[in-house]
Design a binder for this molecule. Structure first.
Ligand SMILES: NC(=O)c1ccc[n+]([C@@H]2O[C@H](COP(=O)([O-])OP(=O)(O)OC[C@H]3O[C@@H](n4cnc5c(N)ncnc54)[C@H](OP(=O)(O)O)[C@@H]3O)[C@@H](O)[C@H]2O)c1
Length: 203
C-alpha cells in the first residue's frame, strides 16, 4: 500500500517503520522533513516529505499528530478522500500538566473526524496502546489491536495493516464504539494478547 504518515513521532515513526519493513511504500512527514533522515535511513521503501507530499502520495494515511493540531492540516485532508487510520486522542496538555479533553464527552475523536471528513473512511486503531507496546510487535502470542470502522473497505485495510505491523487485528465494531479504544476508554493502556482481548470484548 502507499501510506502517508502524518506525525512521525513516538507513534507514527514506529508504526510507519513496521509497515515499511513489511514492504509497504511509506512517506513519513514532518514540518521539517530533514529531521527524519535517521528514521528513513536503512528503510528501503520509505521517504521523508512535507505533510502535503505525504497526503498527495498516499491511499492510506496514518494520522499520528497531536489532536489539537489536526485543524491545521484539515484543508489538505479534505482535498481527496482517503482511508485514514486515526490513532490520535482528543486531549491537550494544560499549563498545570494535566490532560484536558477537547471535544464533548458523548462523542469520540474518530467520529468527530469522520464528521469533518465525510468522504474519507476513518478507522480507529492503536490509540489505546502506549508507544512502548509497539515494541512488542511479532511477540508470541500476538498482541491484539482493536479497531473500529464503518463499512467493509476500512475493515480489509485494517486487517492487513495491523497484521503487517506484527499484531493481531480484532474488529471491535462501528466507529460509534471508538471511545472505548481511545485514551481513558475501557481498553486504554491495556496490553492484551489477541485471545485475552476477544474474551474481554465478550464480557
Ligand atoms: N505516545 C503514546 O504513547 C501515544 C499512544 C497512543 C496514542 N497517542 C496519540 O498519538 C498522537 C501522537 O502522539 P506522539 O506521542 O507520537 O507525539 P509526538 O512524538 O510528539 O509526535 C507528533 C508529531 O506530530 C507532528 N506535528 C505536530 N504538529 C504538527 C502540525 N501542525 N502539522 C504537522 N505535523 C505536526 C510533529 O512533527 P514535526 O514537529 O516534525 O512536524 C511530531 O513529530 C497523539 O494524538 C497522541 O494522543 C500517543
Amino acid at each position: 500500500m502507499k501510506i502517508g504518515v502524518l506525525g512521525s513521532g513516538n507513534m507514527g515513526g514506529q508504526i510507519g517503520r513496521l509497515w515499511a519493513e513489511a514492504g509497504h511504500e511509506v512517506v513519513f512527514s514532518s514540518r521539517n522533513p530533514k529531521k527524519l533522515s535517521s528514521l528513513i535511513e536503512n528503510l528501503k521503501n520509505a521517504k521523508a516529505g512535507t505533510v502535503s507530499e505525504a497526503i498527495e502520495f498516499a491511499d492510506t494515511i496514518l494520522l499520528a499528530i497531536n489532536y489539537w493540531t489536526i485543524e491545521e492540516i484539515m484543508d489538505r485532508l479534505r482535498i481527496t478522500p482517503k482511508v485514514i487510520i486515526d490513532l490520535t486522542n482528543p486531549y491537550k496538555w494544560t499549563e498545570e500538566g494535566s490532560l484536558q479533553r477537547v471535544i464533548p464527552e458523548n462523542i469520540s475523536g474518530a467520529e468527530t473526524l469522520q464528521n469533518q471528513l465525510k468522504k474519507s473512511t476513518i478507522i480507529k486503531a492503536f490509540s489505546s496502546h502506549q508507544a512502548n507496546t509497539l515494541k512488542m510487535h511479532h511477540s508470541l502470542p500476538k498482541i491484539g489491536v482493536l479497531y473500529t470502522c464503518d463499512g467493509e473497505s476500512g475493515k480489509s485495510v485494517s486487517e492487513k495493516l495491523i497484521e503487517d505491523a506484527g499484531f493481531e487485528p480484532i474488529y471491535y465494531g462501528n466507529l460509534s464504539r471508538s471511545k472505548d479504544i481511545e485514551l481513558f476508554g475501557k481498553f486504554s493502556n491495556k496490553i492484551m494478547t489477541a485471545e485475552e482481548a476477544r474474551n474481554e470484548i465478550k464480557k
